[in-house]
Design a binder for this molecule. Structure first.
Ligand SMILES: NC(=O)c1ccc[n+]([C@@H]2O[C@H](COP(=O)([O-])OP(=O)(O)OC[C@H]3O[C@@H](n4cnc5c(N)ncnc54)[C@H](O)[C@@H]3O)[C@@H](O)[C@H]2O)c1
Length: 395
């Protein structure tokens, strides 16, 4: 298949692009390299020394004998270039990773809030609009987040849709299957709930084929393809803004920094290993929805864990201390989480779990590049509101 990977220079997109290329698909990466620019602005670097995109692509050619092409364009701003790209390449599928993906970054100030909304919503809308204008039959595989559901619902989280009974305009009771009511916990998560409505509309109106993958927190770093050469290494964010919780704890353990558990760590979240994340993309692309099928939604996660339990586990294997810090986020101190994830398992996903011994492997990576860590960047400086800011700074 011909596959365009929007955001293919990023943490999830890069290993996915390489895997799709390795198994014989023709792959184009489209990226505006904005994530690298955010690193410069925040004065932070990936724990792993990621190479410029040109060097990465040459190394892949050398390691695999395959060509991954690259187009630098801003999906949110360069609509006509995006349309031209689709018309020229005629991809069978577009994997859409090209969004600002950090919740703390999206809450930093009005600058980042506005950037996140303008970038993410415009990127998704431009893509859908361009697909319709191109007249091509392109399957969109989008990376959403488990955070669209919120963490205070009743019972197991379904895959996208719920049966709802509500009072109609004339007072009679109506029963209908609807998108699960959104409950975003940050501006970033809010953009993903807005994406859902865009998909709903363009699927209903123009029959655009969409698979929306509500992904859990990704942990791990390298896949088989990224390990083929040092130049192909994947990025690894450990800072308070972009580091995802388990990866952050592992880096903290590697340098004897107390694990930064927010509050009592009673928050339960859904997780997926990067290798499974990449495999899910393959499964979604190779099994597209049928013509006229509504937006297909899968929960792309393999297990749930309470943050305090993760901290205890990492403390045990990495010999670290646990440090409870005031929570910069406005969120429930404690929640339970049960998630339905049958869709991707039905397509063939075999979950990689935390028990699989992969934590030590990540600790090794963290120790290897330990001298690149800036300890002053470990604690998040983004607060959900002024009350949280005062609570954290007061402490
Ligand atoms: N990393 C996670 O734990 C996680 C969890 C759930 C969902 N997701 C979703 O997966 C996707 C990828 O996440 P990631 O961790 O790889 O993030 P990332 O920031 O590492 O990668 C995103 C890539 O998209 C590019 N990009 C952003 N805006 C763009 C634009 N307007 N035009 C072109 N390129 C643009 C960036 O330069 C970057 O290379 C995101 O949409 C994110 O919301 C990630």
């Amino acid at each position: 298949m011909r596959i365009a990977v929007l955001g293919g220079d990023g943490f999830c997109g890069w290993p996915a692009a390489l895997r799709l290329s390795a198994i014989g698909h023709e792959v184009w990466i489209v990226d505006n390299l904005s994530r690298r620019k955010i690193d410069v602005d925040l004065e932070i670097e990936s724990l792993t020394p990621i190479q410029p995109i040109g060097a990465r692509l040459s190394a892949w050619r050398e390691a695999s004998g395959r060509n991954v092409r690259f187009t630098r364009l801003d999906v949110a701003r360069n609509y006509h270039r995006l349309l031209g790209f689709l018309q020229e390449v005629k991809p069978d599928a577009v994997v859409h990773y090209a969004e600002q993906r950090s919740a703390p970054y999206s809450m930093r100030s009005s600058v980042e809030k506005r950037y996140t909304v303008e970038n993410n919503v415009a990127a998704t809308h431009n893509l859908l609009c361009a697909i319709v204008e191109s007249g091509l039959d392109i399957h969109v595989v989008h990376l959403g987040t488990m955070g669209v559901y919120g963490y205070s619902g009743a019972g197991p989280i379904p895959e996208g849709y719920v049966r709802a009974k509500f009072e109609g305009f004339d007072g009679t009771w109506v029963e209908r299957e609807i998108l699960s009511p959104p409950d975003p916990g940050s501006v970033y998560h809010m953009t993903k709930t807005l994406d859902q409505l865009l998909f709903f509309f363009y699927n209903k109106n123009d029959r655009v084929k969409v698979t929306d993958l509500h992904q859990g927190v990704v942990w791990g770093t390298n896949t088989k393809e990224c390990l083929a050469s040092e130049t192909l290494i994947n990025r690894f964010d450990y800072d308070g803004e972009y580091g995802t919780v388990l990866n952050r704890f592992l880096v903290q353990a590697a340098i004897d920094h107390p694990l930064t558990v927010y509050g009592t760590g009673g928050q339960t979240r859904a997780f997926i290993h990067i290798r499974d994340s990449v495999e899910c993309i393959r499964l979604a692309i190779e099994n597209p929805p049928s013509d006229g099928e509504r937006v297909r939604i899968f929960n792309q996660m393999t297990e749930t864990h309470r943050v305090a339990d993760l901290a205890k586990l990492v403390a045990r294997i990495g010999g670290a201390k646990i440090g409870e810090v005031p929570n910069p986020r406005r969120e429930a101190e404690r929640n339970d989480l049960i998630v339905t994830n049958d869709g991707l398992k039905r397509l063939g996903l075999k979950p990689t779990t935390l028990e699989g011994g992969l934590l030590e492997e990540i600790l090794e990576v963290a120790r290897k590049y330990g001298d690149r860590i800036d300890r002053t960047r470990i604690v998040s400086r983004s607060y959900w509101n002024s009350e949280r800011k005062n609570a954290v700074e007061g402490a």
